[in-house]
Design a protein around this ligand. Structure first.
Ligand SMILES: C=C(O[C@@H]1C=C(C(=O)O)C=C[C@H]1O)C(=O)O
Length: 181
């Protein structure tokens, strides 16, 4: 049984807090470009499965994290699949901002956010934060739904900015992801 949105509450830290990351882990966790594009380079067929998309009210903490006065946002949860294998669970908080509406980011469906936002030269992102999700974390309920054994998972998040619109993207690497190879 899974409840959306899946909580990604974790001890998010800069990657410098993990001095022993392998090259492979750094390569995926700290990819500054589009994760979509990186995954596409590793597989024949890339796809997005939308798990849940729902409006929600941002808490004061979430507004501060997003550096936005807006209170309404869309919570978008997807799986990114390579050759039909789930590689990444992604959760994005998209405030109901005109810039994001104009960029169609609030109605992407199965188009990956990365295919749109990285086309915009004004795009910037905050320093990527990293977290570990142990076998007791709520995210493991997603593994059960996917028929996967629980295992410790790596995640990353950052806040993107397009002009003056800010949105958070968090990604958790699922057991078959290349980061664990
Ligand atoms: C931000 C990107 O977009 C990807 C696609 C997402 C989506 O469609 O919801 C969410 C997270 C990302 O992994 C990216 O490609 O880096």
């Amino acid at each position: 049984m899974i409840t959306f949105p899946v909580s990604l509450a974790a001890h998010w830290q800069p990657a410098s807090a993990y001095p022993h990351l392998t090259q492979q882990q750094q390569g995926w966790l700290l990819e500054a470009g589009s994760l979509t594009a990186k995954l596409k380079r590793h597989c024949q067929h890339f796809s997005v499965k939308v798990l849940n998309e729902a409006p929600f009210d941002l808490t004061k903490e979430q507004q501060a994290l997003l550096n936005t006065p807006l209170s309404q946002a869309l919570n978008r949860e997807v799986l990114l699949l390579c050759d039909d294998k789930p590689m990444v669970y992604a959760q994005s908080w998209l405030p109901a901002d005109d810039t994001l509406k104009k960029q169609q980011l609030l109605s992407m469906g199965t188009r990956p956010l990365g295919d749109v936002i990285f086309q915009d030269p004004s795009l910037s992102r905050t320093e990527i934060e990293v977290a570990e999700f142990n076998e007791q974390h709520t995210i493991q309920t997603l593994l059960a739904v996917l028929g996967k054994e629980s295992k410790p998972l790596w995640g990353r998040r950052s806040v993107f900015s397009l002009s003056n619109a800010h949105f958070l993207v968090a990604e958790v690497f699922l057991p078959e992801a290349y980061i664990y190879l």
